[in-house]
Design a protein around this ligand. Structure first.
Ligand code: GLN
Length: 291
């Protein structure tokens, strides 16, 4: 076997091949090589002189061609880690993003342990938010909703693979399939990108479902619907947590204030971008004056 088939040589070649198409060519090259070798990343640096066989080389080159054509790494691997959970992802779901872990962290701060709480995740996609919360709060009952049957199948398969029995799945739009139910917390990472945003035709997002990304002219169509419908589905004192775009903070705060939410706040993600709006349904509802 020639030196060209060695792990270190293939890694360098793969990295060079992805330099133009990816923001993270080294990581991408490592992940694809690991997938082909079925070994962890440490293997690449512990056994740099080990050679790939013809089969492995062929599979690596197929993956590299697909990545060079723009396909997201998560689709090529069929998996993405979120909140420490390995999640199956397909082109039918949004690829879970690290910034969405902020939502999970803030939800958990509002969900005391050892209580039979009810939580809803609207637009669950791969199940990321619902499954992360379900894994941290086994005594909670988590309801995951998606309007895409294909996405819901992926989320359900993820729950099964992770052995999380406390998640229930509902097909439908936002709160519609949860008629008559009340929750202690409603979470959502809805689509929030404006339809005309050039970002939608660049990079990995081109391969993700448009319905999970874009929401009307200002990106707020779905967020408005959720904010409007949520109070009827929240217990008094219940929380709403909504992920949003970096430039939507003021709009979210205004919507929540206008509609009588209390404890309204908005938090930055780890990259310092405005990302998460929080509101609470008042403990005591204001009474409508008689007559
Ligand atoms: N944060 C994602 C992006 O900008 C969008 C996710 C979403 O619309 N919920 O690519």
């Amino acid at each position: 076997m020639s030196d060209a088939a060695r792990i270190d040589a293939q890694l360098a070649a793969a990295r060079a091949c992805l330099a133009e198409v990816s923001d993270s060519p080294r990581l991408d090259a490592e992940l694809l090589l690991c997938a082909v070798l079925k070994r962890p990343r440490t293997h690449l640096y512990t056994w740099p002189e080990q050679a790939l066989d013809a089969d492995q080389l062929a599979r690596l080159h197929t993956l590299l061609d697909a990545r060079a054509a723009g396909h997201p790494i998560a689709h090529l691997l069929g998996e993405r880690e979120f909140w420490g959970l390995p999640l199956q992802v397909t082109p039918d779901t949004l690829i879970p993003r690290p910034e969405t872990e902020l939502l999970v962290e803030q939800a958990l701060l509002r969900l005391p342990r050892n209580k039979p709480l009810k939580v809803a995740d609207l637009g669950t996609g791969s199940g990321a938010i619902a499954l992360a919360i379900a894994s941290e709060r086994p005594e909670a009952e988590v309801h995951a909703v998606d309007a895409s049957l294909e996405a819901l199948k992926v989320a359900e398969a993820n729950a099964e693979r992770l052995g999380l029995g406390n998640v229930h799945f509902h097909l439908g739009s936002w709160l519609a399939p949860l008629a008559g139910m009340q929750f202690d917390l409603i979470a959502s990472n809805p689509p929030y990108i404006p339809e005309a945003d050039p970002h939608l035709s660049q990079g990995d997002v081109r391969f993700e479902p448009r319905s999970a990304l874009a929401a009307g002219a200002d990106g707020l169509d779905d967020i408005r619907q959720i904010i409007h419908a949520a109070p009827a589905h929240l217990a008094p004192g219940g929380w709403l947590l909504l992920e949003h775009g970096y430039d939507q903070r003021e709009a979210l705060l205004a919507l929540l204030d206008e509609q009588g939410w209390v404890n309204v706040a908005d938090l930055d993600d780890l990259a310092g971008q405005p990302r998460l709006a929080i509101g609470r349904r008042a403990l005591v509802q204001e009474r409508k004056p008689n007559g």
